[in-house]
Design a protein around this ligand. Structure first.
Ligand code: SAM
Length: 168
């Protein structure tokens, strides 16, 4: 497993050094979010690295289409962009504060959508019909079983032929 090297304050995992107020503030909040989440999942970075290893093994080319479900602040998307700078990423979440931080961090490098994954129509506004991999962490267990089954059915359908959804 490839260990992931995290950045320090002001220099995030995507190399987005804070040269202006917004990106510096976003980087600081990302760092704070990561520390808070690591309290629940100490091997979080290693899990993300393993997910991206799987993407690397599955995907041909350097611009995979990646779907980051319940992506929150953009943690997985930022790490995916650090590894695949030409990736075409869609992040979906429903929390306005976390989405604002995701947008401030990802800027124009990803499509960030506000949608409720427990709603049957959540996928209607996805910019791509197919994705090479579906990535998610510490979120989908909150969905009711029947909604989760539907979501797996849809994301399996959204994954390009030969690709598998990735969940950690
Ligand atoms: C513990 S956070 C994980 C965020 C991110 N995956 C990470 O690892 O940092 C759980 C996320 O699930 C999102 N979430 C929970 N229920 C959701 C739903 N029904 N639709 C979309 N997002 C949801 C929350 O807004 C939050 O961003």
């Amino acid at each position: 497993m490839t260990p992931y090297i995290t950045g320090s304050l002001g220099r995030t995992a995507d190399g987005l050094a804070g040269t202006d107020g917004l990106s510096a503030t976003a980087a600081a909040w990302q760092e704070s979010w990561d520390r808070q989440q690591e309290a629940y999942l100490p091997d979080r970075e290693e899990r993300f690295a393993a997910m991206l290893d799987a993407v690397d093994a599955l995907v041909d080319g350097d611009s995979p289409r990646l779907l980051d479900l319940a992506g929150g602040t953009g943690t997985i998307s930022l790490r995916a962009l650090a590894r695949f700078p030409r990736a075409r990423i869609t992040l979906v979440d429903l929390d306005p504060a976390l989405l604002a931080l995701a947008r401030a961090s990802l800027l124009d490098r990803a499509t960030v959508l506000c949608a409720d994954l427990s709603h049957p129509g959540w996928h209607d506004r996805l910019p791509h019909r197919d994705y090479d991999a579906v990535l998610t962490a510490t979120a989908l267990h909150w969905l009711p079983a029947e909604r989760l089954a539907d979501l797996y059915g849809r994301t399996t359908g959204a994954a390009a032929p030969g690709r598998a959804p990735r969940q950690r």
